[in-house]
Design a protein around this ligand. Structure first.
Ligand SMILES: NC(=O)c1ccc[n+]([C@@H]2O[C@H](COP(=O)([O-])OP(=O)(O)OC[C@H]3O[C@@H](n4cnc5c(N)ncnc54)[C@H](O)[C@@H]3O)[C@@H](O)[C@H]2O)c1
Length: 321
């Protein structure tokens, strides 16, 4: 059994991965400054440090076998108007974390990268060797970290895996999605079902897709978590492995809305709005590298099941506080 530091483990994905690590019998410490996460979101049984990744050197020591690094800002729109906030936290924070790992002798890292590193895709599905041309400071900050990690592996022998998530969705037990403001489609549509939002905006219905709305690859957060545990096993000293994580299937915005109608029984009014800049028509992953190198296969690809899990979590939250 191993001991892991999970940065950003009070957030959505980090908390689900922390829970999976615990269930596999590992010892887990979460380091989170609660800037967008929630203390109550940290799974029971995890040691919690309220602190910033820039100060990781205060807590990191050789007793840790690896770091799983989720802590970041991830609002694409905000990154366009406040790019410095993203460079500072995502890039500066990771630089400090890598330095602390080097000093402490912690030589394994799994990093949350993103489909946003690719920008407008040149191929569908997207493979890891496709060009990276991010269209937002958020995507650029994540790509910069990927480059930083490649250098750390080559120069200093770090064993590293970057997992490029496509659209993460669903929930796992008491851990689920709670962004504020929310920018992800499924929780936004669920807010309409809960009566917390009047209608869902569909940004563009004239894309070159079967129903004219954008197509995205939704991956269940528990499938994603399983990939992190496999990545810890696959990480090899001196190598930086990059793997896309998605189902390889796309669903359109209208298909998602229709699925939420079916799952919740709510009519979900929709309003068609103009396209947003920087939204590619289709973003679908090739997860062949994750299959070949990690032995990973998604097991929860059914969209209705993903939405049902997210719905159960949304209903479990107390929105009055
Ligand atoms: N959710 C998605 O669909 C998605 C897709 C692609 C990539 N990602 C990446 O996955 C990671 C997790 O995303 P999420 O949706 O769980 O986000 P989240 O906002 O729910 O979680 C991020 C956590 O990091 C913490 N944090 C931020 N800066 C910190 C710092 N300097 N020091 C300590 N803690 C800090 C926040 O308090 C929060 O708990 C992020 O790196 C994100 O870029 C997410």
């Amino acid at each position: 059994m191993s001991k892991y530091l999970v940065t950003g483990g009070a957030g959505y994905v980090g908390s689900v991965v922390a829970q999976h690590l615990l269930e596999a019998g590992h010892t887990v410490t979460v380091l989170d400054n609660l800037s967008t996460g929630f203390r109550a979101g940290v799974p029971a049984g995890v040691d919690f440090i309220e602190g910033d990744i820039r100060d990781a050197a205060k807590w990191l020591d050789a007793s840790y076998d690896a770091v799983l690094h989720f802590a970041a800002f991830s609002q694409v729109g905000e990154s366009v108007v406040k790019p410095e906030k993203y460079w500072d936290n995502n890039v500066g924070g990771t630089m400090a974390l890598l330095a602390a790992m080097r000093t402490a002798g912690v030589r394994k890292l799994v990093f949350s990268s993103t489909a946003a590193t690719y920008g407008e895709p040149v191929n569908t599905p997207i493979t890891e060797t496709d060009p990276t041309a991010p269209t937002s400071p958020y995507g650029a900050s994540k790509l910069a970290v990927d480059h930083m990690i490649s250098g750390e592996a080559a120069a200093h022998g770090l064993a590293a895996v970057s997992l490029r998530y496509f659209n993460v969705a669903g929930a796992y037990g008491s851990c689920g999605e709670r962004h504020d403001p929310e920018s992800h489609l499924i929780p936004l549509v669920l807010q309409v079902a809960q009566g917390r939002r009047e209608a869902i905006s569909v940004f563009g219905d004239d894309y070159p897709t079967p129903d004219g709305t954008c197509v995205r690859d939704y991956i269940h957060v528990a499938d994603l978590a399983e990939a992190h545990l496999l990545a810890l096993d696959a990480a090899t000293a001196g190598e930086h492995l990059i793997c896309n994580l998605g189902n390889g299937n796309g669903f359109s915005v209208r298909e998602v809305i229709e699925t939420v109608r079916t799952v919740t029984g709510h009519p979900i009014p929709e309003v068609t709005a103009p396209r947003r800049g920087g939204d590619p028509a289709v973003l679908v992953a090739s997860a062949k590298t994750a299959a070949d190198r990690l032995g990973w296969q998604p097991r929860r690809a059914d969209l209705a099941g993903i939405v049902a899990d997210a719905w159960a979590f949304a209903q479990s939250l107390d929105h009055t506080s």
